[in-house]
Design a binder for this molecule. Sequence first.
Ligand code: SF4
Length: 302
Amino acid sequence: MITSLKKLAQTLRLNLSEFAADNLFPEFPLQVPESFVARIKQNDINDPLLLQILPQQRELQNIKGFNTDPIFEKKYSPITGLIHKYHGRVLLLVTDNCVLNCRFCFRRHLREKITDWQKVFSYIKNDSTVTEVILSGGDPLMLAQGKLKEIMDQLAQIPHIKRIRIHSRVPIAMPKLVTSRLIQSKIPVVLMVHCNHSNEINDDVVECLDLLRKQNITIFNQAVLLKGVNDDSEVLVALSEKLFSVGVIPCYLHILDKVKGAAHFYVNIERAKKIYSEMQKKLSGFLVPKLVVEVKNKKKYV
Ligand code: SF4
C-alpha cells in the first residue's frame, strides 16, 4: 500500500510536491494499493487514475455549497451506521476502512461504522418493508471473511430480506484480495463495483470478476462523473464497452455529490446532460448507465 507522496512521486517519476501533499487530511490520507498505481501512466500528471487518489492543496479551499454531509445521511440514520433513506432498502456502514481513498468520496468526512450490531439486526427484523440490505462503508470486502459471512448469514435468516447488495471498489482497485470464499450467501447477492475509467480494468480485474460471476453474483457498476477523469463522452463510452466485455452492466453515472474538498471534480448538470446525450447517441441503450443526482431524500434521474 502506498501512503506517502514521496513514494508515489518516485514510482510515477513525477514532481508532486508543488500542488499535492500527504498530510492535508490525517483522517483521510493518501492511500492506494501498489497494484492500482501500476495502472497509472508514468510521468503524466493528468492521468485519470492518478487524479482520483492524489490529495491536492485545492482540497483545502472552502467553496460555497460544498459541505461535509452533502446527501444528508446523518438525518436518515436512526442507528449509528444504518441509513434508511429509501423505501424497501437500508444501507449499512459495515466498516470505515477502504481499499483506497478516493478524493471525491462523499463520505470522506463521515467515516462512521456500526457499533451495535444487535440494534441493527432488530431494526431490520422489525420492518418488513425492508427487502434489500446494502452493505457499504468504507468497503465491505475489506472486512475479514468470517465477519462478512457472519453478517450475511444473519441477514439471510430474516424472512423479508430478498437480497443483499454489496458496494465495493475492491474488485477494481485490489482484485487479488477477492477469493472464491470471500462472498458466501444463502440469498441472492448483487455486487455494485465502482469503476470510473476503462484504464482501471486490467487482467487481474477481469480474472476477479470472472471468479465472482461463477459464484452467481450479478455485477453492476456505478461511476462518478469527474472533471479531468471521465467528463468526456468518448471516455464514458469506452468505459461502458469495457465493462460489458468483462460481464459488468453499467448501472449508474452519478453527478458528484457536493462534498467539501472535492469541488475541483464537479461537472455541472448542464454539462453532464450534454455529455450524457452524446453517450446515448453512441451506445446501445442497455450500455447507457442512468445519470443520477442525489437530492435531499431521493435519487433523481436527470
Ligand atoms: S472506495 Fe468508496 S467509500 Fe472508499 S473512499 Fe472510495 S468512494 Fe469512498
